[in-house]
Ligand binder design. Structure first.
Ligand code: RP5
Length: 169
């Protein structure tokens, strides 16, 4: 089964720095697991603003159905992407400063009315959930992917049902 690395990407995973990849890898892993075609790129709002604009402007024409954008600190990447494209942007705050990701979370979540960014939790859980959300978006028009997602959720339920505490008889 394909892990989504070679086909034309449906989901773009972008991040403000290579240093964000330790977190954003959690999104890439989910997309690989579901075989969703994706790409991963470094695009910095502050250091490569022209690249950011070009990426956003080309997104729809390239067939991207969602962009997962992770950044730390003054995290303008998701919001600026959303300002330049109507492809849904899923924002992931990365803990990169002494404020431990709260700075990025508030930067990403407080978008002005009219330019939405779907904002996820700080760090790896948020990155994984952003990818699961992108899978769910794609699955709404894809019965095979829908069943894969349902099976994935059933497997998480089974994991918890199998948990036993050592102290219990
Ligand atoms: C942000 O600054 C990036 O998204 C990253 O989280 C943080 C630190 O970037 P580097 O100094 O590691 O390149 O723009």
């Amino acid at each position: 089964m394909s892990d989504g690395r070679n086909a034309a990407p449906l989901v773009g995973v972008v991040m403000g720095s290579k240093s964000d990849y330790a977190v954003m890898e959690a999104a890439v892993e989910v997309l690989r697991e579901f075989g969703v075609a994706h790409e991963a790129r470094v695009v910095s709002a502050h250091r490569t603003p022209d690249l950011l604009f070009a990426y956003a402007e080309a997104a729809q024409g390239r067939g991207l159905r969602a962009i997962i954008a992770g950044a730390g600190g003054s995290a303008h990447l998701p919001g600026m992407l959303a300002a330049k494209t109507t492809v849904p942007v899923l924002g992931v705050p990365v803990a990169a400063t002494g404020l431990l990701g709260m700075d990025a979370l508030l930067s990403i979540v407080q978008m002005p009315k009219g330019v939405p960014v779907a904002t996820f939790a700080i760090g790896k859980p948020g990155a994984a959930n952003a990818a699961l959300f992108a899978v769910a978006m794609l699955a709404s028009g894809d019965a095979v992917l829908q069943e894969k997602l349902a099976a994935w959720r059933r497997a998480r339920t089974a994991e918890v049902m199998a948990q036993a505490l050592v102290a219990e008889p």
